[in-house]
Design a binder for this molecule. Sequence first.
Ligand SMILES: [Cu+2]
Length: 126
Amino acid sequence: MYATLSRCLAAATFALSLGGATAAQSSAAPTLLPAVLSVHVKDFKYNPTPATIHVGDRVTFVNGDDEAHTVTAVNKSFDSEGLEPGNTWQHVFSKPGTYAYFCERHPYMKATIVVLPASPKDGTAK
Ligand SMILES: [Cu+2]
């Protein structure tokens, strides 16, 4: 009984320390607004891809590599330009569609974001 409890406490403490690390990371960029999706750039890949969001949604791109990347739309509708290691960049997608994007510095890095019309629960329908 007691052993079970202390195992629980150990797990809770571990979870808390993980949460603390996450909070410390996000506090490094205080200007960031809440985003519905974070796309991580890591090992020369965007993740997740393809990703699906809705019109008006804000996406945060996080460069977790030791190399600068860009988030550049094939149709040029958005471009992060140089995104240094550890930096983040945000974009709000205001039109529905399928957006293919890539890294200008490593053109083999490709990904897709699908933007759906506003979801009914936003109150835009009816
Ligand atoms: Cu790149």
